[in-house]
Design a protein around this ligand. Structure first.
Ligand code: MRU
Length: 328
């Protein structure tokens, strides 16, 4: 995997051959973004299957469950992580022998890898219909190729529109404290020669008030049964400001980000370390002894959402009924 903590200054690839390595990479955000950590966690379980010395099915299952529990403990908010682990475990449980189990889980994770790109491209095509030539799109965080296996969700929509020949400009809030916007989204867009401008997170409302934003496109870490959209911290305030200025706000998410089993009040929002806020690249930027709040995600309520772009089409308002109809 690309080590996303090093971007944009260094492009470093990391290889892991044990589930413990994958779990630590997810926790430290070497890999991040909901669909990417879903597939990575599934691959972590597959590594456990391949590396396990167990000769019996029950012995192998014990090793798989132990890897799964470690991987589940890495990051709590994105549902894709749990979806990826559960999908591999379910394939493993349906096979009779250890050797067939190992083959089946490896085949499954390879399929998940391919599927993710296909799903993003499909979602991208649906979303691109909402963009007009010369639109300026604001995003938040990174919901691009780096956050998925490839192509991206919110940035997949931008890519699909550009492939259709539309001129699209992207406004990229830097997304403090981890700077996924300025470090990762801007890196991806620049690499693909898509017009982009980085702005401080604090400039979002002002640019909207000046009429410089036509649409907002973001990713999602989890969309609950009551249509709350969990995404990178700051998304809620972008959505609230978009509503204030009558700018359409669309989350773009694959089916693996939809969690029909829970409502928003049942979701744990990850708290990230103190140092992410008080230091930049190891240098202190705040006085010692002052407490810090560093929630990694927030929940945007459905009344701020214009529609949800999925790989099965656009979910329109009312979102709760639309999501239910799409999933059934
Ligand atoms: O903490 P991160 O960088 O993993 O958070 C990522 C996001 O919030 C993305 O917007 C989300 O995972 C969607 S990615 C297609």
């Amino acid at each position: 995997m690309i080590d996303q903590t090093m971007l944009p200054t260094r492009l470093v690839y990391r290889t892991y051959d044990k589930p413990e390595g994958v779990a630590s990479a997810i926790k430290k955000m070497v890999i991040r973004g909901a669909p990417a950590i879903g597939v990575a966690a599934a691959m972590g379980v597959a590594l456990a299957a391949v590396k396990s010395p167990a000769r019996t099915k029950s012995g192998l299952e014990r090793d798989l469950f132990s890897a799964a529990s470690l991987l589940r403990s890495t990051r709590p908010t994105a549902v894709n992580l749990f979806w990826g682990i559960d999908r591999v475990l379910s394939v493993a449980s349906s096979e009779p022998s250890p050797s067939r189990t190992r083959e089946a889980v490896v085949a499954e994770v390879k399929q998940m890898e391919e599927e993710d790109i296909a799903v993003n491209k499909r979602l991208g095509r649906f979303g691109a219909e909402l963009l007009e030539d010369c639109d300026t799109v604001m995003t938040q965080c990174n919901a691009g190729a780096l956050a998925t296996v490839g192509y991206g969700t919110a940035l997949g929509v931008v890519r699909a529109a550009v492939e259709q020949g539309k001129m699209i400009k992207v406004l990229v809030p830097e997304t403090r404290p981890q700077l996924q916007g300025s470090r990762l989204t801007a890196f991806e867009l620049k690499t693909d020669h898509i017009d982009c401008t980085i702005l401080p997170d604090t400039a979002v409302g002002h640019l909207m008030a000046l009429g410089r934003v036509d649409k907002v496109l973001v990713g999602a870490d989890r969309i609950t049964r009551d249509s709350y959209v969990f995404n990178k911290i700051g998304t809620y305030q972008v959505a609230a400001l978009a509503k204030r200025h009558s700018i359409p706000f669309y989350p773009a998410a694959p089916y693996s980000s939809i969690d029909m089993s829970r409502t928003h009040d049942q979701i744990r929002i990850e708290d990230r370390p103190y140092d992410e806020v008080v230091k930049i690249r190891g240098r202190r930027i705040a006085p010692k002894g002052v407490p810090v709040a560093n929630p990694a995600f927030d929940a945007t309520p459905p009344e701020l959402v214009t529609g949800i772009i999925t790989d099965r089409g656009l979910v329109k308002r009312p979102l709760v009924a639309g999501l239910k109809a799409m999933i059934s």
